[in-house]
Write a protein that binds this ligand. Structure first.
Ligand SMILES: O=C(O)[C@@H](CO)OP(=O)(O)O
Length: 248
């Protein structure tokens, strides 16, 4: 049996302000820093050891990983940063307040933009200052790979090659892996791993800064999964994430 641990970053400044974030590179809040440290402590106390970590190229996931590694006394852990683990790109919604957007367009429409499998949010224009074309961290990519918006299906299409080419072979080679990523890049991975239907994926919400352990069989099919920590508090965190897209 193999094990892998997924972790969504701790609370970010735009989680706190309830703004659509996507590829915007915001940092953690004090609470987010605390969540990342707690996650590391929980992993250490549960006896987890790792050989390798993967994260995105976005600060909130990278810092969450660093803080958790520090708590585990594993700052030496090799890290692979991969843009394909980035958050789902939120298009023209990036920067907007989620509650205000729901008040303007309706809770239903915002739920479709946030959680549907194949309806992307409105796209950024190519000349919008919010595009990532000039960002040096994407300098090695051709312009066609840098999104202007993404639905979850688009995110699956870039996350799965990272899983198939990088992460799955490392698991099969016996590496113990920790992945620090984002709410929707993790939803993309989990949808494929657990074979969740397009309809059921709408109700999957990932809490911040909470280790999610997956046990996998020899074919890397999930046997079971569980979050570390207080299960009631985790359920409350998941409900709070779901409610972020509702008009107040
Ligand atoms: O804003 C975002 O990029 C994501 C994650 O914080 O939000 P949501 O949960 O609304 O998809």
């Amino acid at each position: 049996m193999y094990k892998i641990v997924f972790m969504r970053h701790g609370e970010s400044t735009w989680n706190l302000e309830n703004r659509f974030t996507g590829w915007t590179d915001v940092d953690l809040t004090e609470k987010g820093i605390g969540e990342a440290k707690t996650a590391g402590r929980q992993l250490r106390e549960a006896g987890f050891a790792f050989d390798l970590a993967y994260t995105s190229v976005l600060t909130r996931a990278i810092r969450t990983l660093w803080l958790a590694m520090d708590e585990m006394d594993m700052m030496w852990l090799p890290i692979k940063n991969d843009w394909r683990l980035n958050e789902r790109h939120y298009g023209a919604l990036q920067g907007l307040d989620k509650g205000e957007t729901a008040a303007k367009f309706g809770d239903e429409q915002v739920l479709v933009w946030r959680r549907s499998y194949d309806t992307p949010p409105p796209s950024l224009e190519a000349d919008d200052p919010r595009t990532s074309f000039a960002d040096p961290r994407y300098a090695g990519l051709d312009q066609g790979s840098i999104p202007l918006t993404e639905c979850l299906k688009d995110t699956v299409a870039r996350v799965m090659p990272c899983w198939d080419e990088e992460i799955a072979p490392a698991i099969r080679a016996g590496k113990q892996i920790l992945i620090s990523a984002h709410g929707n890049s993790l939803r993309a991975l989990i949808k494929m791993l657990d074979n969740i239907s397009d309809d059921d994926i709408v109700s999957l919400n990932i809490p911040n800064g909470t280790p999610l352990v997956y046990e996998l069989d020899a074919d890397l099919k999930p046997i079971r999964h569980y979050y570390l920590g207080d299960q009631e508090a985790i359920a409350a965190k998941m409900a709070a994430v779901a409610n972020q897209g509702k008009a107040k």
